[in-house]
Design a protein around this ligand. Structure first.
Ligand code: 13P
Length: 257
């Protein structure tokens, strides 16, 4: 298996300036001494990206992610940030398709497909989020729901471009709720996603694509999630806001690397 093991922290709209630098410093001081078998990704709010990227630049296994970008590469879009701008700042990743962006900012499949294209063409890696709401899970339609998200917004990429993609499966019913997908629910969906990538592209592309789990991932459940063969790491929200919890999740991944 040649895919990367990744633990990413999505800070969402949290932490003021001082808190953000305290958290980043705390994580980076320990990350420096950790195994480089696990790639650590920090996704702070946009205003902190440049400084936190500079703080982490000497630690090769740490990368920084933006939480969003616009679908155009530049222009009169007041308040927006483009993938080109992020790439020029040497920000490695952008998270796209997060369920909060889909829900609160009306990001449709079509808009996301454009964002995916623009980010990949700008040279960024993307963490593409997918995942179903509770009513879809209850009616056992989660696979077709997730497949549509992949088909409509991701599968237009070429085989070469897919190498810039990390997928994050985040069931909406598990985000910020304290309720986690069981290890077998996570494994089943991750395996399904990998199969779809293999069918659309090749088994080599699918084997090389890291698929992260997100949704109430925390120190107490990380090890059993990461023990699943298609769960390559985590996209962590709440638990990434405390250095100690986040570091424990990274350790849980490193132990099974
Ligand atoms: P929580 O870990 O807080 O459930 O959030 C998950 C998430 O949305 C990460 O992107």
């Amino acid at each position: 298996m040649n895919r990367r093991l990744i633990v990413a922290g999505n800070w969402k709209m949290n932490k003021n300036l001082m808190e953000a630098f305290t958290l980043a410093s705390g994580v980076l001081a320990k990350a420096k001494k950790m195994s480089n078998k696990v790639e650590i990704v920090l996704a702070p709010p946009a205003p902190y990206l440049h400084t936190i990227n500079s703080m982490s630049k000497d630690i090769a296994h740490v990368n920084i992610a933006a939480q969003n970008c616009h679908f155009e590469s530049n222009g009169a879009y007041t308040g927006e940030i483009s993938a080109e701008i992020l790439h020029s700042m040497k920000i490695a990743y952008v998270i796209l398709g997060h369920s909060e962006r889909r829900k609160y900012f009306q990001e449709t499949h079509e808009i996301l497909a454009k964002k995916v294209t623009t980010a990949v063409k700008a040279g960024m890696k993307i963490i593409f989020c997918c995942g179903e709401p509770l009513e879809i899970r209850k009616s056992e339609r989660e696979e077709s729901y997730v497949l549509k998200q992949l088909e409509e917004s991701l599968f237009h990429l070429s085989e070469a471009e897919m190498q810039q993609v990390v997928v994050a499966y985040e069931p909406i019913w598990a985000i910020g709720t304290g309720e986690t997908a069981s290890p077998s629910q996570a494994q089943d969906m991750h395996q399904f996603i990998r199969m779809q990538i293999a069918e659309k592209y090749t088994s080599e592309v699918a084997d090389a694509c890291s698929i992260l789990y997100g949704g109430s991932c925390k120190p107490s459940n990380a090890a059993e999630l990461f023990a699943q063969k298609d769960v390559d790491g985590g996209l962590v929200g709440g638990a990434s806001l405390q250095a100690e919890d986040f570091l424990q999740i990274i350790q849980a991944r490193a132990k099974q690397a």
